[in-house]
Ligand binder design. Structure first.
Ligand code: ADP
Ligand code: MG
Length: 291
């Protein structure tokens, strides 16, 4: 059984009124346990609406969403579903509630009604995992954006979710904060947490084994980054900017250089160019008759 299964999901805001907005228009997809999925798409493509369906913050207008086999329409399963899927949002300041880091992280497990010793153990572990243990007595509002977001993630982790959904959790951060959060969620994924990372940053999407592109409330592309980022014309149509290295590789190919498809990283492009130059030099020597 997949961790997340979405069948023909439609979401219409203000359905049946003159202000009706079709935000999701027939989404079907599954996410297996342990996956690391990026979701990208232009503004208004439906990313946040989709995220909110993953822990029943919204319910389908049509279609079904299953989390660990539980239908999000099943009110009796709401608590279980919210336990499975933790959400991290864009603005860390809206997610931190306490005046001391460790109290903030304890907030979730306290609400679960866990015994105090268990809460302490979970807070310790969660802060260690996001590498914020030494800040446990600090005031959250004095931390950097990246640190705040890591504390927010720790607060979710303390509830031991199977899946972490991040809705543009790196968008407001500086490059250092973005790196910290990316490294944190990669580490969590290696430890078995399923990660769904909604992001504007194509450099981040490139690092995810699966990339889903949303456009107009539909899944436009879904595959490994090497495949998705070689669909240049479609991505341009969806007004998505290619990540820098695939963009350069595409440009060189368009200008006539035989650069292979599916290049994502500097090393791959450098290797391809070096081979081309070496071959060119070889031909040059063969042609001038002096060797
Ligand atoms: P994204 O996160 O990709 O920017 P959203 O899911 O926020 O997209 O929005 C998808 C569409 O739904 C947009 O057209 C947006 O204007 C609309 N929308 C989002 N939230 C609401 C809401 N609460 N009420 C009405 N329309 C909304
Ligand atoms: Mg959004």
């Amino acid at each position: 059984m997949p961790l997340i299964e979405i069948r023909n999901l439609r979401h219409v805001y203000h359905a049946g009124t003159a202000d009706a907005v079709v935000a999701l228009d027939g989404i079907s997809l599954t996410v297996d346990r342990g996956e690391f999925v990026a979701i990208v798409g232009g503004n208004g493509s439906g990313k946040s609406t989709l995220a909110k369906h993953l822990n029943a913050l919204l319910l389908p207008t049509e279609g079904e969403v299953f989390v660990d086999g539980m239908n999000t329409r099943d009110r009796g399963a709401l608590w279980e579903i919210r336990q499975r899927v933790g959400m991290v949002f864009q603005n860390p300041d809206n997610q931190l509630v306490a005046t001391v880091v460790e109290e903030d992280v304890a907030f979730g497990p306290e609400n679960l009604g866990l015994p105090p010793a268990e809460i302490v153990a979970r807070v310790d572990e969660a802060l260690r995992v996001v590498e914020m243990a030494e800040y446990r007595q600090h005031e959250p509002h004095l931390l950097s954006g990246g640190q705040k977001q890591r504390v927010a993630i720790a607060g979710i982790l303390a509830m031991r979710p199977q899946c972490l959904v991040l809705d543009e959790a790196t968008t407001m951060l500086d490059p250092q904060g973005q790196r910290e959060v990316m490294e944190t969620i990669q580490r969590l994924n290696r430890d078995g947490v399923t990660v769904i990372h909604i992001t504007h940053a194509m450099e981040e999407a490139v690092q995810c084994p699966r990339v889903i592109v949303l456009a107009d409330g539909r899944v436009a592309l879904d595959g490994p980054p090497a495949e998705v980022f070689s669909r240049v014309e479609e991505l341009e149509r969806f007004r998505l900017v290619l990540p820098p290295i695939p963009a350069l590789a595409h440009r060189l190919r368009r200008d006539g250089l035989p650069i292979p498809e599916g290049i994502l990283y500097v090393e791959e492009l450098a290797g391809a160019l070096t081979r081309l130059v070496a071959e060119g030099a070889g031909r040059g020597r063969a042609g001038d008759g002096t060797h």
